[in-house]
Design a protein around this ligand. Structure first.
Ligand code: FAD
Length: 391
């Protein structure tokens, strides 16, 4: 077993960290207050190859592995989780489904502008009436000459109004189907811009489709096989959200540690009061455990292994850690932790959504528990053993 990153992965982590410190962190508080998408930062990320980091070089990306992408997402999210999710959705939900499920023509046409950051990607699955149960979507894709006409309403599309390309799911005659389309298609309009609790520098929008024509050749995968595209995309995307959560937790931990070393009560730094020192010990331990789960899931994906359960475990645990660590960081700062003069209240707000998007914690537990029971049922003598224990 080898716990070290490769030289290339180290280099990406260092570059991402330096970029985040220099270009992302300085604006995070202002963006959070003003609710602005940082287009300048996204352009700079495109210039240094971060918008297509794990996209194969033949489609305009940097060709790095998925673990490197997770290192990038952790570092960017440590500085600003809103920029982190903008990048994560653009890459894993807006670009990689085309790489994974697209035809050669689709890859050649859609992926290079996304990988170069000339277009931003988005992913539209959720609707007002359905989120966790993706099989219940109501957007309709009616078959017409040469393609489909799509009508419906998608809710909370990250990057929606700033995106150039969308992965869209709608119900066609054969069932839920995936499509790739440009956001300039006639019949697309934007509804409500969501006013959120956190990740405020990312835009989250309602998108309406009124008879939008999508040619047959822009269907992603077979008609009726869209859930495979959606779930395959989310299996990988969740690892990125787990990395985002780890980044938020790391930011909260570092800030709380610095504060605890500087703040004095009863004649000594609060870090020397055992109650605070033990909090820091617990925070760091949990973050490292979360990071290992992220690395394990990314490593499995990079090896071409099944990663649905390892990604679910990483997301379930890392998002819980982000929430706990941000909560404790506020406690370490006392009243100052509650004030906007310090970033920990932002980390606390940003952490919350990591337990919700790309599959709630309950859905991650469903994925994990189903795999546990499948494994038990398939183990040699597993069922007999279970019956004999029960008696
Ligand atoms: C900021 C933000 C950005 C988002 N960005 C995107 C995006 O870019 N694209 C996109 O398509 N969607 C996006 N979403 C939607 C997100 O993925 C959904 O909110 C999420 O999947 C949950 O769906 P829901 O909100 O409809 O909750 P529901 O599905 O209504 O669930 C409500 C509650 O019931 C629980 N629950 C549901 N089913 C079960 C079950 N079988 N067993 C146990 N518990 C269950 C859930 O865990 C949850 O606690 C975003 C959401 C947010 C908040």
């Amino acid at each position: 077993m080898n716990f070290s990153l490769s030289p290339e992965q180290h280099e990406i982590k260092d570059r991402a960290s330096e970029f985040a410190e220099g270009n992302v962190a300085p604006h995070a508080a202002d963006l959070d207050r003003e609710g602005r998408v940082p287009f300048g930062t996204l352009e700079k990320m495109a210039d240094v190859g971060f918008m297509g980091l794990c996209v194969p070089e033949e489609y305009g990306g940097a060709g790095a592995d998925f673990l490197s992408y997770c290192l990038l997402i952790e570092e960017i999210s440590r500085a600003d989780a809103g920029v982190g999710v903008t990048l994560a959705v653009h890459t894993s939900a807006g670009t990689l489904p085309i790489v994974m499920f697209g035809t050669e023509e689709q890859k050649a046409r859609w992926v290079p502008p996304l990988a170069r950051g000339e277009r931003i990607g988005c992913f539209a699955l959720t609707e007002p009436e359905t989120g966790s149960d993706a099989s219940a979507i109501q957007a309709r894709a009616e078959r017409v000459d040469g393609g489909y006409r799509i009508s419906g309403h998608k809710q909370w599309v990250t990057n929606g109004r700033v995106a150039g390309t969308m992965i869209l799911f709608a119900r066609a005659p054969e069932g839920v189907t995936a499509f790739v389309l440009g956001m300039d298609a006639e019949g697309i309009s934007f509804g409500k811009h969501a006013e959120k609790m956190g990740v405020i520098s990312a835009t989250t929008d309602d998108v309406h489709f009124d008879n939008v024509f999508v040619p047959e050749e822009e269907r992603l995968g077979e008609e009726g096989r869209g859930l495979r595209v959606a779930l395959g995309t989310l299996d990988a995307g969740r690892i990125g959200i787990a990395a985002q959560a780890t980044g938020i937790a790391e930011a909260a931990f570092r800030y709380a540690t610095q504060y605890a070393a500087g703040r004095t009560t009863f004649g000594k730094p609060i870090a020397e009061h055992q109650a605070i020192a033990f909090k820091l010990a617990d925070m760091q331990t949990r973050i490292r455990a979360a990071r290992l789960l992220v690395y394990e899931a990314a490593w499995m994906k990079d090896r071409g292994e099944r990663h649905a359960e390892s990604g679910a475990r990483a997301k379930l645990y890392a998002s819980q850690v982000a929430n706990e660590v941000a909560y404790e960081a506020i406690q370490v700062l006392g009243g100052r932790g509650y004030m906007k003069d310090h970033p920990v209240e932002r980390y606390y707000r940003d952490a919350r959504v990591t337990e919700i998007y790309e599959g709630t914690s309950e859905i991650q537990r469903l994925v994990i528990s189903r795999a546990i029971m499948k494994e038990q049922a398939e183990a040699p003598g597993g069922i007999e053993q279970s019956r004999s224990i029960v008696g």
